[in-house]
Design a protein around this ligand. Structure first.
Ligand code: SF4
Ligand code: SF4
Length: 83
């Protein structure tokens, strides 16, 4: 699954630099995650780095973007190939 930032986000900016896939960016009102780039950190880290660092715990898994670990690994490999 990709993760999603909820509207509890306080725009503190600490998550953006932690993302190994550059999936996080400032949105119109709150930070947003591009689900095509979020691998839930699969391929890079054991735990989602944005979730680990968010001070208010507002980055749950996105029920609208459910993917298996294998699918996330395929996404990771595509992102790396394009880098
Ligand atoms: Fe980026 Fe990992 Fe957070 Fe997804 S889970 S947005 S890849 S830091
Ligand atoms: Fe928003 Fe959490 Fe990211 Fe801070 S770390 S910008 S509160 S999602």
């Amino acid at each position: 699954m990709a993760l999603v930032i909820t509207d509890d986000c306080i725009n503190c900016d600490v998550c953006q630099p932690e993302c190994p896939n550059s999936a996080i960016s400032p949105g119109d009102e709150i930070y947003v995650i591009d689900p095509t780039l979020c691998t839930e950190c699969v391929g890079h880290f054991d735990q989602p780095q944005c979730q680990e660092i968010c001070p208010i715990d507002c980055i749950p898994v996105d029920p609208n973007h459910q993917e298996t670990h294998g699918e996330l690994m395929v996404k990771y490999e595509k992102i790396i190939a394009q880098a």
